[in-house]
Design a protein around this ligand. Structure first.
Ligand SMILES: Nc1ncnc2c1ncn2[C@@H]1O[C@H](COP(=O)(O)OP(=O)(O)O)[C@@H](O)[C@H]1O
Ligand SMILES: [Mg+2]
Length: 274
């Protein structure tokens, strides 16, 4: 659960511990360096000494709280450079910094929940990302870096909006398909359960008040019969995965194919590319 007003040195430690899957602390040992991805030569040596790193991180946290005259997106860009330049951990600084970016947007109220996948843009433009960070250290060249992050936010927002639009369309189409194929089983609430998570269990239908266990189990099997779900062995109780939804959630493109036998605007089933 993300709460406002939490970004701090401790929060950074918590995030990095989660990323790395072990309890860790600000690095105390010297020897952490950043090497060129091309030549392998050392291009940057971050500060050394646990106490100094803590001071710098406290200053970083302070920067995020103050300077509210700058737009939060600009402050996000600046604090991200600052965090990566401090490089407070032996490893995991990139991943931690990218999570902190999104938590910062929640903290400043630009996002309600941490759902913007800005890392996608950063990873896709990794060479530019590294070059622009280094260019601040060497030349104090802030403007291209800030523009890079602003463009990244813009692109990620459009991509996410398209993704949500496609999910809504798939949901409507699936509703029509279930209604046509299983008229006695269909309710919109059932379709909502299928889209709440990319897989479900009998218990999810029971909890949503759709049916008792036995009937819920029949419904899920019927949804398998018409190809909407696929039953997968998982421990004591099987789960029912929703392949089209998983594909749409994880895919780069927002492409999905109609279930056949449903009246749509496109009578011939064909890929729905957005
Ligand atoms: N020149 C640079 N100056 C400061 N930080 C940099 C520079 N080049 C890369 N970085 C940051 O360092 C990260 C890599 O550090 P690392 O601790 O290995 O993180 P991770 O293990 O999460 O990839 C990159 O993702 C980037 O954020
Ligand atoms: Mg690493």
């Amino acid at each position: 659960m993300v709460q406002r007003g939490m970004l701090s040195t401790d929060m950074a430690i918590q995030v990095c511990s989660t990323v790395k899957g072990l309890e860790l602390d600000i690095r105390a040992e010297p020897g952490t360096t950043l090497k060129s991805r091309m030549s392998g030569e050392i291009i940057y040596t971050p500060p050394v000494g646990q106490q100094l790193l803590i001071e710098k991180l406290d200053n970083w946290a302070d920067f995020m709280r103050r300077n509210t005259e700058f737009d939060p997106l600009v402050r996000m860009a600046v604090q991200h450079y600052q965090f990566e330049a401090i490089h407070p951990f032996a490893d995991g600084n990139g991943r931690t910094g990218r999570i902190l970016n999104i938590l910062f947007l929640v903290e400043t109220g630009l996002l309600d929940s941490p759902i913007l996948y800005l890392s996608r843009y950063i990873i896709q433009h990794k060479a530019a990302y590294y070059r622009l960070l280094q260019n601040i250290t060497v030349n104090q060249d802030w403007a291209p870096w800030i523009m890079f992050i602003l463009t990244g936010v813009e692109e990620t927002c459009s991509w996410t909006t398209e993704k949500i639009k496609s999910i809504r369309e798939l949901m409507e189409h699936t509703g029509e398909y279930v209604q046509t194929s299983l008229p006695k089983t269909y309710t919109w609430e059932l379709v909502e359960v299928l889209f709440k998570q990319p897989y479900c269990r009998i218990g999810n239908l029971v909890d949503a008040g759709i049916a008792k266990r036995q009937t819920a189990s029949v419904y899920l099997k019927q949804l398998c019969d018409i190809g909407v779900l696929r039953e997968v062995k998982s421990g004591r109780e099987n789960i029912f995965v929703h392949p089209k939804y998983i594909e749409l959630l994880t895919g780069e493109e927002n492409v999905w194919v109609y279930y056949s036998g449903v009246e749509t605007d496109n009578p011939q089933p064909e890929p729905n590319a957005v």
